[in-house]
Design a protein around this ligand. Structure first.
Ligand SMILES: C[S@@+](CC[C@H](N)C(=O)[O-])C[C@H]1O[C@@H](n2cnc3c(N)ncnc32)[C@H](O)[C@@H]1O
Length: 228
């Protein structure tokens, strides 16, 4: 559940509302048609009730939202895919359905129960049990090679706008090939205040088949603006 008291207006932002490409069921295959594990809903709800602001949602993302997130990642782009706030792994599963090997996934999550679950479910992925806001620096220092995309399910709106902006810029600067920072939100505007000229943002249509309806935002550095 996002709060947005500190969100600054975005009136000046160059936002287009082009629909994102969403994979069809045939291309995504059987795995995409499976429902979320009902146990995940109970587990997620229980943990969320203890610390709702930190978890940021009552339920894991549904398949339609998760697939919209994954559709924004180009599986042919070489490098690791970093997921911030993986939870029970809804979006992780969608990334794998999208054709990204587990070995290419870095899952950043602070909740220990989710980390254990992710470790069991995705033994090939690298689980980083650390604060996602520190992840870009940690990843840069670990020299893990190219990063293809950063995918975030973090509840950003509970954090200061400047912190969100820093996370966005540090993440975008990890990706030399102009890869995307992908974020979902239940909020009706960009969850990250962005200025003109440095970052391009585009939003998906509202995904109604999710509890709660959400949009997926993609952010990319404007070419040649990354060093500004
Ligand atoms: C809204 S849930 C999204 C979970 C999952 N990605 C999904 O879509 O179902 C946010 C997740 O981010 C995690 N989280 C919140 N703050 C975090 C932080 N600072 N660093 C890492 N993970 C964080 C929470 O524990 C939770 O699992």
């Amino acid at each position: 559940m996002d709060t947005h008291e500190d969100l600054q207006p975005l009136r000046d932002d160059p936002v287009s509302h082009r629909p994102l490409e969403v994979g069809g069921e045939d291309r995504l295959g059987y795995a995409a048609r499976r429902r979320t594990d009902p146990g995940d809903w109970a587990r997620f709800f229980g943990i969320s009730m203890k610390d709702p602001l930190r978890i940021g949602a009552q339920f894991p993302s549904g398949r339609f939202l998760a697939d919209e997130m994954a559709a924004a990642v180009d599986p042919c782009q070489p490098g690791l895919v970093v997921e911030l706030g993986s939870g029970t792994g809804s979006v992780t599963a969608a990334l794998i359905r999208r054709g990204i090997d587990q070995e290419r996934l870095v899952l950043v999550e602070t909740e220990p129960q989710f980390c254990d679950l992710l470790q069991r479910r995705y033994p090939g992925a690298q689980i980083l049990p650390l604060d996602a806001f520190r992840a870009p620096k940690a990843i840069r220092q670990s020299d893990v090679g190219p990063i293809a995309a950063v995918v975030s399910g973090l509840p950003l709106l509970t954090h200061r706008p400047s912190l969100r902006q820093r996370l966005l810029l540090e993440s975008l600067r990890l990706m030399e090939a102009g890869g995307p920072f992908i974020q979902f939100t239940y909020f009706y505007r960009s969850p990250i205040p962005i200025g003109r000229g440095l970052v391009n943002a585009e939003a998906s249509p509202l995904i109604l088949r999710n509890v709660w309806p959400a949009r997926v935002w993609q952010y990319r550095l404007v070419p040649d603006a990354g060093s500004a």
